[in-house]
Design a protein around this ligand. Structure first.
Ligand code: SAH
Length: 221
């Protein structure tokens, strides 16, 4: 983020060649991705690969998503500066950092405490102080701060957890990978006059969302 950032050129190239060139045109999203230092959100051993066109391991069997997928999901949230946003699946904290650049209030839920702690540290190193991380089962949403103008689920489940739909504000957008264990469809829901419109956005592969309204345990739904 400073002039001495050794990765600023790689980050610029990531945005131009992986993201803008593939059709993401929202200037606020592109600016946020140019700004947030992705290398601070991957383990030290993977730092040099932080701007490559792929997901990377972040520990606990979890991954930070490919930059292009992060960009598409973020663009589809259609965030406005005053929006309240819920993220399910904090992971590294990178997606949450982008949300903090684009929206007013950001709550992010992570089920693994180790990852939540590390994400908090990553965000602090990146100078982002406005994300609230909660440890818990995000398939239940986070009722104390509901309703949300946008909800982003960054782990995959067999269906969209009903509590999340219930906690979406009128006019709200929800993005989630939905489908089988290995690879899924990215689904966008828009709530209008209490009804939910569903828009498919294409194929993706996410780690499983494990919880009461997601996958149960490691093997079965
Ligand atoms: N958005 C993250 C990547 C998420 S990987 C980033 O920017 O780095 C998916 C994360 O979802 C993992 O950290 C996993 O532990 C978490 N997860 C899985 N099921 C969950 C649940 N029910 N509630 C909250 N987090 C969950």
């Amino acid at each position: 983020m400073t002039e001495t950032d050794p990765y600023s050129r790689e980050r610029e190239e990531m945005v131009e060649f992986q993201i803008r060139a593939r059709g993401v045109r929202d200037e606020r999203v592109l600016a946020a991705m140019r700004k947030v230092p992705r290398h601070l959100f991957v383990p030290k051993d993977w730092e040099r690969a932080a701007y490559e066109d792929r997901p990377l391991p972040i520990g606990g069997g979890q991954t930070i998503s490919q930059p292009y997928i992060v960009a598409v999901m973020t663009e589809q949230l259609e965030l406005k500066p005053q929006d309240r946003v819920l993220e399910v699946g904090t992971g590294s904290g990178y997606q949450a950092a982008l949300l903090a650049e684009l929206a007013g209030t950001v709550i992010s839920i992570e089920r693994l405490r180790d990852l939540a702690d590390r994400a908090q540290q990553n965000l602090a190193r990146a100078g982002i102080t406005t994300v609230r991380i909660v440890v818990g089962d995000g398939t239940e949403g986070y009722p104390p701060e509901a309703p949300y103008d946008a909800i982003i689920v960054t782990a995959a489940s067999p269906g969209i957890p009903q509590p999340l739909v219930d906690q979406l504000a009128e006019g709200g957008r929800l993005i989630a990978p939905v489908g089988p264990r290995e690879c899924q469809d990215l689904i966008k829901l828009v709530k209008r006059e209490g009804r939910v419109e569903e828009i498919p956005l294409g194929g993706v592969c996410f780690v499983p969302l494990i919880g009461q309204f997601g996958w149960r345990g490691e093997e079965s739904p």
